[in-house]
Design a binder for this molecule. Structure first.
Ligand code: WQD
Length: 338
């Protein structure tokens, strides 16, 4: 199949690119490198021993995007490109609505021009808002609590309506929980701009000496050790879920939302302990006040992914930490030159 990846040079995009190249798909990556690095694509090319096309462009540049799509003629699009920092979305909501929502409309217009009617969308468990029950299944009420989550929810609604109006169209909305870890080679991984918002990259940077200590946001939640509980999923498992979703979109019509998680809840202190064991490095931390907007616990019921996609997460927390450490220790400055 011919697969078009927006944001394919990013953290999840590059791991998915490597996975689908191993399945002999023809691939075109479309990325503006605003939150990624071209060197990631060079490393994927070396790791896969496969070639693929790469077009530099912004999803908001409708002309450039439409041309890339018409030229490549994809069978399916995987849409990763978007802004993803919760805190930044609160400070800059218009940038998030423009990039994530208008950018998706631009993509759908380009897909129409290219005659492509299948899409896999990078959604997020954040669309569930404050959990009313756990584990979260896809029937849980949707209620985003920040502009980032609102953009994901809006795009889900847009894709659902687009599917209903477009004969033969299919859309798979993958609701990620917490992606972490790196490819076994340590050659590609998570390389956040500026100070990491997310736990695992921050812990990695403490372990490698780039940061002095971790601030644990809250020690008084109603959880097993008082710290936040999340469903961390290995990025390679997540990449495999995308490969399965591409096959599903090829064989089915309509719009399906699917959780992508392990079903296991893991606390912040569990992650700290596992990372120290996996890296052999201390991760000093200080428990501070809760982060506004955080929920106590959030983890998936992943049974729909198993029944619809035939996919299950297989990699455990130790592997997540070991591979995150391998990436970070081999690339202390991420993709930037040493
Ligand atoms: C995890 C836990 C924090 C940092 C968000 C988005 C989600 C997705 C992933 C994009 C929480 C604690 C964190 C730190 C800490 N976004 N923490 N100190 O908030 O569950 O999810 O990021 O893909 O859509 O909602 O992830 O990694 O920020 O936090 O104590 O320095 O770690 O309080 O309990 P989160 P996270």
């Amino acid at each position: 199949m011919r697969v078009f990846l927006t944001g394919g040079a990013g953290y999840i995009g590059s791991h998915t690119l490597l996975e689908i190249l191993s399945k002999a798909h023809e691939v075109c990556v479309y990325d503006d490198y605003s939150n990624s690095a071209p060197v990631a694509l060079m490393r994927v090319e070396r790791l896969s021993n496969r070639t693929f096309q790469a077009v530099t462009g912004d999803v908001l540049d409708q002309g450039s995007l439409a041309k890339a799509l018409v030229d490549f003629k994809p069978d399916v699009v995987v849409h990763f490109a978007g802004k993803k920092a919760v805190g930044e979305s609160v400070a800059k909501p218009l940038m998030y609505y423009e990039n994530n929502v208008v950018g998706t409309l631009s993509l759908l217009r380009g897909m129409e021009a290219a005659g492509c009617k299948r899409i896999v969308f990078s959604s997020s468990a954040t669309v569930y808002g404050e959990p009313q029950y756990l584990p979260l299944d896809e029937k849980h009420p949707l209620a985003a609590t920040n502009p980032y989550g609102q953009t994901k929810l809006m795009v889900e609604h847009i894709l659902r309506d687009w599917c209903a109006a477009r004969e033969g169209a299919s859309a798979v909305l993958l609701r990620y929980f917490n992606p972490v870890g790196a490819h076994d080679s340590g050659q590609i991984g998570e390389d956040p701009n500026d100070i990491p918002n997310n736990l695992m990259p921050f812990v990695s940077q403490v372990a490698v000496g780039r940061r002095a200590k971790l601030q644990v946001f809250g020690g008084d939640y109603d959880t097993k050790d008082g710290t936040g509980v999340r469903d961390y999923i290995h990025v390679v498992d997540l990449a495999k879920a995308h490969a399965a979703a591409i096959s599903y979109a090829e064989a089915h019509k309509g719009c399906e939302a699917i959780n992508v998680g392990t079903g296991q809840g893991v606390s912040v202190l569990d992650v700290v302990k596992a990372f120290e064991q996996g890296s052999g490095q201390p991760v000093p931390y200080e428990v501070v006040a809760r982060r506004p907007g955080d929920v106590a616990a959030c983890y998936a019921d992943a049974s729909k992914a198993e029944s619809l996609l035939g996919w299950q997460a297989t990699r455990d927390l130790a592997d997540m930490c070991e591979t995150a450490w391998k990436w970070q220790s081999q690339n202390p400055n991420g993709y930037a030159a040493p």
